[in-house]
Design a protein around this ligand. Structure first.
Ligand code: IMP
Length: 427
């Protein structure tokens, strides 16, 4: 039995989908443990491009079971749309290959409205959320009184009465926060959610018990992280973070499988850095190089289409992300994107108010004033998308990868030099 975890070490969008897709050859079960339809995974499979948001990447592989664990927040309407978009393209989805935890929390229409209202009120300090009601649903989970779990949808009487109370409270709060808010109708929400519940019923189960049995039977499990460690609500750049434990910290709470079962923790990094939404980003490039990386790397959000902020690889932030996750090995993605640059830079330390440090600051105001201290490496200026082994890479590219490994104090075991499966170097 092998239990593997794939986790992003930056601010998300590290191209984890490609690694998960490759690993599904040797794993029968792929589990998501946190987040919701704020995530975006682009996977090329059988010559086709798929954009997944809530569904685990494993859903694309015949024979693989995909699990949406208890730690997720599920928008049933979005789930049904995503299922339909895949089944329309011939991907079979049934209760045989998709399981949704009855303990997962439900995103309701008011969560999306509240997300927008809170963002608007923050003005220039907006978090830059995906607007999917993720944070407001997690807040209600923690609050409990306003929470609805998937399992509650199958107890219609108590669901109706609780929803009536919740919507009354939400209408009062939202009207006070936003005079333009139009009150929501509890009855209409109830009816549509009961209909969604019926449609998702074949997938809904106690995934925790199911996973415990799978572990006991020796199945190979793969945990698929969404977002990245630096967006983790506890360990990331709070408050410019998502609202779940998007580092490996979320695996146990979000699936019921303990970290003691995990044999291999793969940390995925981009060869540079990107971030969507607000928050400090010490190595951000506001110049033509940043735009070049954005264009060559197609750095536009899978979910929202927003241009991603781009910058140099940040060895301080990423090494911190790896420590938080307990990573064993690194996968370096999108190295090909840097191929045409005259010079590439890697941040090896920060200068914070005149002091050199390799510690990642806990407060965003300290991170905001951190000046990156760069290691400069001459560019290799050649196409590397045809490389299949380390020795095919030009010496500059190898030096670059070695520097990442050295700064993170971890071995690089995988290099991606293009979107296709074959465009990979295994070390
Ligand atoms: P939320 O998760 O929608 O609340 O957004 C909070 C922060 O996380 C924002 O900066 C988002 O841009 C960011 N975020 C959420 N999901 C992703 C993702 O899949 N990739 C990158 N950033 C994300």
């Amino acid at each position: 039995m092998t239990v593997t975890s794939v986790v992003g070490l930056q601010w998300g969008d590290e191209a984890k989908g490609k690694i998960v897709d490759i690993l599904t050859d040797s794993h029968q079960i792929v589990v998501r443990y946190q987040g919701g339809n704020n995530a975006g995974h682009t996977v090329k499979f059988d010559g086709q491009t798929y954009k997944l948001s809530l569904l685990p990447t494993g859903i694309l592989r015949p024979g693989v079971k995909a699990v949406i664990g208890n730690g997720l927040v599920v928008n049933p309407e979005a789930l049904l749309k995503e299922i339909k978009s895949l089944t329309d393209r011939g991907v079979p989805i049934s209760g045989e290959n998709l399981m949704v935890s009855d303990r997962a929390h439900v995103i309701l229409p008011y969560h999306i409205v509240e997300d927008a209202v809170y963002e608007k009120r923050r003005g220039a300090e907006a978090i830059g959320t995906t607007g999917r009601g993720i944070g407001t649903c997690y807040r209600d989970k923690a609050l409990r009184s306003h929470a609805v779990r998937i399992g509650d949808l199958y107890h219609p009487e108590s669901f109706r009465s609780r929803l009536t109370d919740i919507v009354a409270a939400k209408n009062l709060m939202l009207k006070a926060l936003d005079p333009e808010f139009v009150a929501l109708d509890a009855d209409a929400i109830f009816k549509s959610y009961i209909a969604y519940a019926e449609q998702i019923k074949p997938f809904v189960t106690d995934t925790t018990a199911w996973l415990h049995r799978a572990v006991k039977s020796g199945a190979n499990l793969l945990f698929e992280g969404a977002q990245g460690s630096l967006l983790d609500v506890d360990h990331g750049t709070f408050p410019y973070a998502t609202s779940s434990n998007s580092s490996s910290a979320g695996i146990h709470s979000g699936s019921g499988v303990t970290e003691l079962e995990i044999h291999r923790m793969i940390g995925v990094v981009k060869a540079y850095t990107t971030r969507v939404g607000g928050g400090p980003f010490p190595t951000e490039l506001h110049d033509a190089i940043g735009q070049h990386i954005r264009d060559v790397g197609h750095e536009y959000g899978t979910v929202t289409g927003r241009p991603r902020r781009c910058g140099w690889f940040d060895g301080v932030a990423t090494a911190y992300g790896a420590r938080v996750c307990g990573v064993d090995e690194i996968a370096v993605m999108l190295l090909d994107v840097l191929a045409q640059l005259d010079e590439v830079c890697i941040c090896e330390a920060y200068d914070i108010r005149g002091e050199r440090t390799t510690d990642f600051p806990s407060h965003v105001e300290d991170l905001a004033v951190a000046k990156p201290i760069f290691r400069r490496i001459p560019g290799w200026k050649q196409d590397i998308t045809g490389a299949r082994k380390l020795s095919d890479l030009p010496s500059g590219a190898r030096r670059y990868v070695d520097s990442i490994s050295e700064l993170m104090d971890l071995p690089v075991k995988f290099i991606s030099i293009g979107p296709d499966r074959e465009q990979s170097i295994l070390l």
